[in-house]
Design a protein around this ligand. Sequence first.
Ligand SMILES: CC(=O)SCCNC(=O)CCNC(=O)[C@H](O)C(C)(C)COP(=O)(O)OP(=O)(O)OC[C@H]1O[C@@H](n2cnc3c(N)ncnc32)[C@H](O)[C@@H]1OP(=O)(O)O
Ligand SMILES: CC(C)C(=O)C(=O)O
Length: 552
Amino acid sequence: MKTAASDKYRPYPTMKLAARRWPDAVIAAAPQWCSVDLRDGNQALIDPMDSHRKMRLWNTLVAMGFKQIEVGFPAASQTDYDFIRHLIEGGHIPDDVTIQILTQAREDLIRKSFEALEGANKVIVHLYNSTSEVQRRVVFGFDRQGCIDLALAGTRLVREMSAQRKGGEVTFQYSPESFTGTEPDFAVAIVEAVAAEWGATPERKMIVNLPATVEMSTPNIYADVIEWFCATVKNRDSLVVSVHPHNDRGTGVAAAELAVMAGADRVEGTLFGNGERTGNVDVCTLALNLFTQGIDPQLDLSDIDAIRRVAEECTGLPVHQRHPYAGELVYTAFSGSHQDAINKGFKARDKANSPVWEVPYLPIDPADVGRSYEAVIRINSQSGKGGVAFVLERDHGLELPKPFQAEFARVVQDHADREGRELAPEEIWLFFQRTYLADGRMQVVDYSTVPVSKGQRALTATLVVDGKERIVQGIGAGPVDAFVHALEKDLGVMVKIKDYHEHAIGQGSEAQAASYVAVAGADGAVVHGAALDASVTMAALKAIASALNRAG
Ligand SMILES: CC(=O)SCCNC(=O)CCNC(=O)[C@H](O)C(C)(C)COP(=O)(O)OP(=O)(O)OC[C@H]1O[C@@H](n2cnc3c(N)ncnc32)[C@H](O)[C@@H]1OP(=O)(O)O
Ligand SMILES: CC(C)C(=O)C(=O)O
């Protein structure tokens, strides 16, 4: 980047805090959540939501457990106004949910907002005006006092209209909008003036929302300012301090978390971070971050895919595949060492039967957000033996021995490299069948055994070799040993079994035997073979044939 261009920008002022406390704070409970999907999220859409989409999103937000929901800017849009009337007149607002509306500090807009709220039980009236130095100078053309006067005029009217209002209580919320561009001492001054005008008390608290309207600094500086604000503002116990981080620097989540550590009681945000420019802070991520620390987030995210679907369909914006917790790929490992560790983690967990989650590379149990283990491990050229073995065990019950895994993984990896793409589990299974189970030069058709002396059995096997039927006979300590001797005696094929494993797949009459052998060829190279059969002995003989066929 050219140096000349960066001369345009100035560093954000830091805060001189004598003994900042937030770095040592630990979040022990969820903050109050307020969804602003239907307002801030909506105002950022190319096509703002119609009533139908708003209603669908509303129902999802309520079902998730949001108790405060900003439902619109009724004085700005007829759709918002009508939607709010529909919520109220249709009786769609549960008793424990408070709707919030946004208005500027302008008389006509405030009056219209109260009109929209008629008949609603509890409401939050959210008044804002921009307080930043730039906006005072460039947009409004007034000084600090002019800015305070505007806020006070708006507050006064909200107070008067709240007193006249029939029906339930009004909670007042004030936002010094563009707080991050506002001198902290001025933010305190204007909030104190507004709180005095409103008459905030510890019994009738006012919400003070301190938005990172534009995220302009590292999150630690935002936290410093929040801590300083909370320590400095008069009558802190009459205020609910709220934050409303945007994500211009990509650190909205961190800013919200540090702000809560610094003393904020409440967080405004949206599902998956939709909102102006780079979005509002993502409440799903914040909530699940808490969840992974053992803290009840007070929001139900147990079916994150369903929530994601609604959000995507209502906003028309896709959630990124790598989005924390919700992205399509975030519970999937392609790379070999990750797959191996996840596979071992799952096995250790099954064995230990422990409630504590400690599967490597998975910060959260996918099942807790309604995701399944199915797609955790997927195979491409970056995958190793653990991943391939995981897929075969998960889908087909095969427990491949370690050296066997290594051999088959090489086959799969070569193919994935050639194809340059992910291989579906069905393709891997097809590959396994083609590599080990398909008919080769030698096929075992049948066999029988009889005891000949103590510990010795004679085996007769019918084979097809190069298309011709052959009968071979041999004696050995068991059927495998007898088969090896038969192959040597009658076909002149030397077989050195280096390793042998078998296990059952399934139970009862449906059960199958899986056999795996490692055979050393004349040159000493080890080749593996495998077979499945209803009979354990037949599976063993077929596995030997499989290895010999592969050895060529
Ligand atoms: C950071 C945020 O997200 S804040 C929320 C922003 N959301 C929206 O603006 C969405 C909906 N807004 C709208 O539909 C319109 O802007 C309306 C209906 C609110 C107002 O419409 P209009 O008056 O026609 O236009 P416009 O927004 O351009 O008005 C700007 C005027 O409002 C003034 N103004 C802006 N914000 C405020 C405020 N919070 N309080 C008082 N006056 C304000 C401006 O100084 C300007 O005054 P001027 O006309 O004397 O120069
Ligand atoms: C109205 C305020 C809270 C806002 O949306 C913002 O500052 O981003």
